[in-house]
Design a protein around this ligand. Structure first.
Ligand SMILES: [Zn+2]
Ligand SMILES: [Zn+2]
Length: 208
């Protein structure tokens, strides 16, 4: 989450984490999704429940092509026929397909297509208060990732595990990436087991 109003992906368990941090889930104005894998989206249904029944402020979901179809299906899987009948009419969401650059809900962004699995991923450079936050979601450590983090103030990137990690970035590749971009503050997430230098802690809050 950035600046209390921008959410980057929605892995589980999003809603209890927000409550524990003292963040109001109703304050989120825009959600940027990198890709549709479950560990990046399945925290969203309980969050949406909050935005349907507790706080009905408008919200925008930005994601790769097909974002509306994927998310509407996810809401329907979550609540069956009650979604369209009861909940959807109360849900003030709009869906936006991510472009190479744009502004949504007052937030300027650029995207970089990243190498990840069959679908690929969409990395974001988010401009907030004159700073740039780069966020990869999941990616192999290929050239587009260097483009994504280039001259960013903060880079939140995955570092999945040691050695050979299929379609992801290894700890070794993450350390090399950090050395290639000495002016950027790196935070590593998506660590499957064990830990690596620079890994974020659960519920870590940073000031930039
Ligand atoms: Zn993934
Ligand atoms: Zn993932």
């Amino acid at each position: 989450m950035v600046d209390g109003r921008v959410l980057l992906d929605g892995g589980a368990p999003l809603l209890p984490h927000m409550h524990r941090l003292g963040v109001d889930p109703g304050d989120i104005e825009v959600v940027f999704l990198t890709h549709f894998h479950g560990d990046h989206t399945l925290g969203l249904p309980p969050f949406v429940l909050h935005r349907v029944f507790v706080d009905r402020r408008p919200i925008t979901f930005v994601g790769p092509s097909g974002v509306e179809d994927y998310l509407e299906k996810l809401w329907e899987v979550s609540w069956g026929p009650d979604w369209k009948r009861v909940m959807r009419p109360q849900f003030k969401a709009r869906y936006v397909t991510a472009r190479p650059s744009g502004t949504v809900a007052g937030v300027r962004y650029e995207t970089v297509r990243l190498d990840h699995g069959t679908m690929g991923g969409t990395g974001y450079r988010i401009h907030v208060n004159g700073k740039v936050v780069a966020y990869s979601g999941d990616t192999e450590p290929t050239a587009p990732l260097d483009k994504l983090v280039d001259h960013a103030d903060v880079a939140i990137v995955e570092a999945t595990g040691p050695g050979d990690v299929f379609s992801h970035m290894s700890w070794e590749a993450a350390a090399k990436l950090k050395r290639r971009h000495p002016g950027t503050r790196f935070f590593f997430n998506h660590v499957y087991s064990g830990t690596v230098s620079g890994a974020v802690k659960d519920l870590q809050v940073i000031e930039v």
